[in-house]
Design a protein around this ligand. Structure first.
Ligand code: HEM
Length: 406
């Protein structure tokens, strides 16, 4: 048994840095889940969890710590995010600060705000499809549609001036590098520019809205009160930046993975065309089979037993969403993309205290964009000899380029 365990993947082999894992994570995770579902990864100093039985409980556990500063020195959470936890705002906070700021966002950014955006999302998506129409036959879907859709929607939601949109989109893309510890020199330069310039820009926008509120999200956040108190400008700048970091690439990845899955599985596309109401299930199936966020990280708040392991307070629990979504106890025949599954078990939006605040907005974009694209471009196909490539992003799953012909 020990020899078998020695042959199991660990460390960087369980990350997007490994080419096999990047393209086919479930292949690496299957033997690990079967032999060692709560795996002590000595190389990266974390417990790597791949089984639904444990993760479906732990992911909802509100006592676990999200703040990496509370993790043990040298542990995975600390190494990865210990230095930039402040700029990731509520994502890396625990109660009571987390609850107070999350409450403010919930007041301003609710289902009503998302519903009000629906006609605008439809307009933006159609304008981007016009750009595809104007383009030559072969095009990169991410550049022309997958990436600009959520960043434009977010700019609209926040109430960013049309004249500033181009810069805003650039800074939004730069901010996402906050979650990439392996960024290149060029990415680091863009990240640094984005964090400083965007912070100044947003601080000015927040202050303007305090005096002259409009009906946009920045005004809503600036006016919201929790326990009789408004958030400071600095808190709001970090919160808005987090919305960009958390909301843009994830939505790009969900829609782009949807295109890839439907083109790889044309019989599923036929089912969607025959019954458009299947889009709801289809979005969940896309999120299950290609979760845009690859894991949820927490550290133990106290010594605890997880399956057969004694986890110490401060140890990192790395809950692998690929691990859980492909666990046959959670979803039968997990490797099949099947939009008619009766019950799709996934945690693509996390769970518990940090459950995604933008789930409804992200899904709304997928619900509008995917059927519209396949209707407007019925001959959409992969460009010959250009296989979609997964990007190298440790915390995320998605594609860097998807070359299509229309
Ligand atoms: C399909 C698209 C999306 C996916 C798959 C996704 C996924 C996630 C996941 C897994 C978490 C939990 C992380 C954790 O617990 O550590 C999360 C949190 C969060 N998401 Fe999303 N997200 C999506 C879209 C969005 C959008 C569009 C926005 C904003 C407009 C957004 C804003 C947030 C925020 C602010 C948090 C932190 C919540 C908290 O800490 O209380 N997300 N998201």
């Amino acid at each position: 048994m020990s020899e078998e365990k020695d042959a199991l993947p660990t460390g960087y082999q369980l990350s997007a840095m490994d080419p096999v894992y990047r393209e086919c994570p479930w292949e690496k995770l299957k033997p690990l889940r079967e032999a060692d579902p709560v795996h002590k990864d000595e190389q990266l100093n974390r417990y790597f969890l791949t089984r639904g039985r444990e993760v479906s409980e732990l992911i909802k556990n509100r006592k676990l710590n999200a703040d990496p500063k509370k993790a043990n020195p040298g542990s995975f959470s600390q190494t990865l995010y210990g230095n930039n936890s402040k700029e990731l705002s509520i994502l890396m906070m625990d109660d009571p600060e987390h609850g107070r700021l999350r409450g403010l966002v919930l007041q301003a950014f609710n289902q009503r705000a998302v519903n009000a955006m629906l006609p605008k999302i439809e307009k933006i998506a159609n304008e981007l499809a016009d750009d595809i129409e104007a383009e030559q036959d072969e095009f990169d879907f991410i550049q022309l549609f997958g990436s600009p859709l959520p960043t434009t929607v977010m700019a609209e939601l926040l109430g960013i001036n049309a004249a500033d949109r181009r810069d805003f989109r650039r800074w939004s893309l730069g901010c996402m590098q906050a979650l990439n510890p392996f960024r290149s020199e060029e990415q680091t330069a863009l990240y640094e520019e984005s964090t400083t310039v965007l912070a100044d820009y947003l601080a000015r926008e927040v202050d303007k809205r305090r005096d002259n509120p409009g009906d946009d999200l920045i005004s809503g956040l600036a006016g919201a009160e929790e326990e009789g108190e408004k958030a400071t400008t600095e808190e709001l700048v970090l919160l808005i930046r987090l919305l960009l970091i958390a909301g843009n690439s994830t939505t790009t990845d969900m829609i782009s993975s949807g295109v890839v899955q439907f083109l790889k599985n044309p019989e599923q596309l036929e089912k969607l065309k025959a019954d458009p109401s299947l889009i709801e299930n289809a979005l969940d199936e896309i999120l299950r089979i290609e979760p845009p966020v690859a894991q949820v990280l927490r550290s133990a708040h106290e010594d605890m037993e997880v399956a057969d392991k004694q986890v110490k307070a401060g140890d990192t629990l790395h809950m692998s969403l690929f691990g859980v979504h492909f666990d046959p106890e959670m979803n039968a025949q997990p490797e099949a993309f099947d939009i008619t599954r009766e019950k799709i078990n996934h945690f693509a939006f996390g769970g518990g205290a940090h459950y995604c605040l933008g789930a409804a907005l992200g899904k709304a974009q997928g619900r509008i964009a995917l059927p519209m694209l396949f209707e407007r471009f019925p001959n959409l196909a992969f460009a010959p000899d250009k296989k979609p490539q997964h990007k190298i992003a440790p915390a995320f799953n998605g594609y860097g380029e998807i070359w299509l012909v229309k």
